[in-house]
Design a binder for this molecule. Sequence first.
Ligand code: NAP
Length: 308
Amino acid sequence: MPYDYDIAIIGAGAAGYSAAIYAGRSGASAVIFDKGMGGGLTSEADEIENYPGFKKIKGPELMERMKEHASQYAKMHFLEEVKDLKVYDDGIDVISSKRIYKVGAVILCTGTEHRKLGVKGEEEFRGRGVSYCATCDGPFFVGKDVVVVGGGNTAISEAIYLKDIGCNVTVIHRRDELRAEKILEDEAKQKGVNFIWNSVVEEIFGDEMVKGVKIKNVKTGEIKEIKASGVFVSIGEEPNNELAKKVGAQLDEHGYVKVDRLQRTSVKRVYAAGDITGGVRQIVTACGEGATAALASLEVIGKRNPFR
Ligand code: NAP
C-alpha cells in the first residue's frame, strides 16, 4: 500500500519529537501533527533541573532544541489537528483538519491537559486572573497577591517561579502534606511561599478581574476568603485520550492508554508514548517511550528494527 507517510506522530511534545528522530533515522518517512505550535506541557515549565545533560534549562528552550533536532528527520504539521483515525488491516487513515493521509502506523503522543477545579468563577475568570500556567501568565502579577492551588511538583515549581518574579504567593493544598518532591518543598519554604493546609477552593470571586478565593478547611469546616489577583490552578492533568478512544485502544481506570513494553496499544498499528500512557510522566521517560514506539512501529511498515 503506498503511504503518504510510513509513521504519523500525533502530538509535538518530548515523546513526539523523540519518536520522529528515531523514525527518521531508521529510514521511515515520518510526520508530526500538532493542533498548536508544539512543545507540549514542557514548554510551560520555567526551570527544568532533571533532564540529564542539562543542570538547568528553561522549558521553552529545551523544546525548541528538540523541535529543531526532530525537524531534520520528520515533516512538521503545526496548527493541524487530527480529528479521527480509521484503522485498516493494511494501514491507517489519519483524518486531519486539512485532509486525509494514508500511513502505516500511528504513534499517539497526545499528552495531557490541565485538570479543572470545577468551582464557581473558574470558567468566568479564565484569562482574567485564573490561569493554568505560571510561566505564561505570572509576569502580569508581579508585586501582587496570588494563590497556587495544588500540592504536586507542578504547583510547587510554579509557586517558586511566581515568588522569584516578585509575587506574594500562597499555596492552598487540600491535605497537610505535599505530594511534591522534598527538595521543591524546602526551596518554596525557604523563599517565603506561604501555605494554607487542609483547604479546598470553593469559589473564585471578583468583578472585572479576580479579587480572591473562598476556601473551606476540610478538617474544621471553616470558610475563609483569601484576597488574590491571580489564581493559578495546578491540580494535575487529564489524559487527552479522544483519539485513543476512537480507535478502541484499551485505557486504564484513569483514562491513560495501556501499552506493552514496546509501547504497542491494544490496536495493531497504533502505538502510544509519553504522558498519555500515564506512569511517572517525566520528560526523560517520554523521550524513551517515543524512541521505543518509533522503533517498534517499524514492524508494521516492513522495516527492520535495528536494535532488535
Ligand atoms: P500531580 O502530581 O498529580 O499533583 C496534583 C496535585 O493537585 C496533588 O497535590 C493533588 O492533591 C492536588 N489535587 C488534585 N485534584 C485536586 C482537586 N480537585 N482539588 C484540589 N487539589 C487537587 O500533578 P502535577 O503536579 O501536575 O504533576 C504531574 C506529573 O508531572 C507528576 O508525575 C509530576 O511528578 C511530574 N512533574 C515533575 C516535575 C519535576 O520533576 N520537577 C515538575 C512538574 C511535574 P493530593 O496530593 O491530595 O492528591
